[in-house]
Design a protein around this ligand. Structure first.
Ligand code: UDP
Length: 410
């Protein structure tokens, strides 16, 4: 059993792009450090009944109709409604989670989603009771929100809770998570963000085939949510103000929002503005390294990634409740601002581009919030506790093997 490869199950729900991205980043870091077998599972979508199997679609709809998201977020924050929702989910789906856990047979479960906390711990406890075992499979939470977090993220019985920031740690403590199980390293990010960009901005621009001009990067979430079109259009108009200094460049990453991508690609841009409109990209690290400023919705992943690239951030929208804390993270961190009006966004960003001193200051502040090593640190902390095979264990195993060899020989 000691030699058996340890198995880790990472639980997510595919709402937004960030949770899967965090799960994949963690899997990558764990595999870098330990010989583990990892599965990433969205059990809600894979096998749960209606309405649970449609949460991803519901999330996408609600992200566009934020009043509905606000209602869900705040009603599920209220303890009585939260309890009722969890009870309903447990009755219909706990067995399905138990089956998924039995199928994967993990030694450890890592949850990177608020929706895979309570139900998973319940399932684990029931499985342990069934097997007559006093201890259940260990359960670790890695919070992938940045400036604040919904109470559903926190279960007092989690064996370890990794938080990205002080405000999230305070919420965890309020939700009765013991201080001794909380660790703070930052948000898990993809491998490309684990190190500083070794190339200069000019070199990266050459690699990407874009011009050596002041560059604004506009990014939707993984799903391209946010008012990309209006923001990009307004920026296009205002960047014309940089005509005297050779013009400017606008890169719009539309994510999976094909409709906006086509609309923007068909658009006539002012003469001095060089626009690059792309769909979903895998090299976000390079686009960020090539830019002077990023305009994005307040997604935690995108903000944390921008910090590792020392990029000033203009936030154009946020999901009520969930992403509100991320606005504070950027504004209080002194590396950006929030504004919902596209024309004001465009005016402000162009103002930044014309003020080298402001750009330098915000870039420095962004860098101070960057936690490029977070993913490896989280993986190491998890691995040291649950995945590493210690030298003494290996030696005693060798001893056992030798003894049994000798016995069988005799
Ligand atoms: N992203 C990407 N390519 C794209 C658009 C987005 O890799 O074309 C990534 C982005 O870098 C970030 C994630 O998608 O890692 C979005 O996560 P975030 O937490 O910012 O927002 P969410 O979509 O989860 O609300």
């Amino acid at each position: 059993d000691v030699l058996r490869q340890k198995r880790v199950m990472i639980m997510i729900s595919d709402t937004g792009g960030g949770h899967r991205a965090s799960a994949m980043a963690l899997a990558d870091a764990l595999q870098e450090l330990y010989p583990v077998h990892i599965t990433i599972r969205d059990v809600w979508t894979e096998s749960c009944p209606f309405p649970f199997n449609t949460v991803v679609k519901q999330y996408m709809w609600m992200a566009k109709h934020t009043w509905s998201w606000r209602m869900l977020w705040y009603s599920s924050k209220f303890p009585v409604t939260r309890w009722m929702m969890q009870r309903f989910a447990n009755i219909l789906c706990k067995r399905i989670f138990m089956k998924a856990i039995q199928d994967d047979a993990p030694d450890l479960i890592i949850s990177v989603h608020p929706g895979t906390q309570h139900i998973v711990i319940k399932a684990l406890k029931k499985l342990a009771r069934r097997q007559g075992s006093k201890s259940r499979i260990p359960f670790v939470t890695v919070v992938t929100d940045l400036g604040s977090a919904h109470p559903m993220w926190f279960h007092p019985e989690a064996d370890r809770v990794f938080v990205p920031s002080d405000p999230v740690k305070d919420i965890a403590l309020k939700c009765r998570v013991r201080e001794s199980v909380i660790e703070e390293y930052g948000l898990p990010l993809r491998r490309a963000f684990w190190n500083a960009e070794p190339r200069t901005r000019q070199e990266v621009r050459d690699v990407l085939g874009i011009r050596q001009l002041k560059t604004v990067l506009v990014v939707g979430g993984g799903d391209g949510v946010g008012r990309l079109f209006n923001v990009a259009e307004a920026l296009g108009q205002n960047l014309q103000d940089l005509a005297d200094t050779g013009g400017a460049q606008l890169v719009v990453i539309c994510g999976k929002n094909e409709k906006v991508r086509k609309q923007l690609q068909a658009m006539q841009w002012p003469d001095a503005v060089h626009a690059h409109i792309v769909g979903f990209v895998k090299n976000m690290d390079e686009w960020m390294a090539a830019a002077d400023v990023i305009v994005t919705k307040a997604g935690p992943g995108t903000i944390a990634e921008a910090c590792t690239r020392k990029l000033p951030v203009m936030l154009s929208s946020y999901l009520p409740g969930q992403e509100q804390g991320n606005v504070g993270f950027v504004v209080d961190g002194g590396f950006g601002d929030f504004c919902s009006d596209p024309r004001t966004i465009a005016r402000t960003v162009v103002g930044w581009l014309q003020d080298e001193e402001a750009l330098r200051r915000m870039s420095k502040n962004a860098g101070e919030q960057g936690r490029p090593r977070a993913t490896l640190k989280i993986a190491q902390a998890i691995g040291q506790k649950w995945l590493a095979t210690s030298t003494s264990t290996l030696l005693s195993m060798l001893e056992k093997l030798l003894k049994s060899e000798l016995n069988s020989g005799a």
